[in-house]
Design a protein around this ligand. Structure first.
Ligand code: T46
Length: 135
């Protein structure tokens, strides 16, 4: 599906067995980070997202645990499981997304390209389909 992609986050394993450190630097992302938020304590039967953004670009990182991201460009839909804190998912603008099947203790970090604006959201799927047809 165009432009949606998994991006490897560099992982530095400690030579003395102190665990791992991953770092997101600006050159691995196709946008500048303007805002950071995170989802946690999500019940396993709950869904987050369920909308598209007109302009916002996003990078999702499963800091802990796992969850599924359903992405839909208005023509095709696929599900990507995120379960490694060194592999994130880039979602460009104009993509419908739903996050589901959160494992116990899952934390989803979201790095995004813009400040919060409700005007940027398309929250009804029928409106999203119309938006895709017209853009
Ligand atoms: C997305 C998925 C993965 C704010 O006031 N500021 C913020 O920066 C955000 C993100 C949300 N809010 C408020 C708006 C709502 O009253 O927090 C409440 C919950 O937001 P929402 O229903 O949009 O939450 P999710 O988890 O369905 O969606 C969020 C992001 O909004 C969205 O960009 O892609 O996480």
């Amino acid at each position: 599906m165009k432009r949606i992609r998994l991006i490897d986050i560099p992982k530095i394993s400690d030579p003395d067995g102190r665990g791992n450190l991953s770092v997101v630097e600006k050159d691995i992302l196709p946008f500048s980070i303007k805002r950071v938020y995170y989802l946690y304590d999500v019940p396993s039967d709950s869904t987050r997202g369920g909308h598209a953004h007109k302009e916002l670009q996003q990078f999702l990182i499963p800091l802990s645990g796992s969850f599924d991201v359903v992405v839909d460009d208005g023509h095709r839909r696929k599900t990507i499981t995120l379960n490694r804190p060194y592999k994130g998912l880039f979602i460009p603008n104009g993509i419908w997304r739903e996050l589901e099947n959160f494992s116990a203790g899952a934390v989803c970090l979201s790095l995004v390209s813009a400040e919060y604006s409700e005007e940027d959201y398309i929250r009804e799927y029928a409106d999203f389909k119309k938006y895709v047809e017209n853009n």
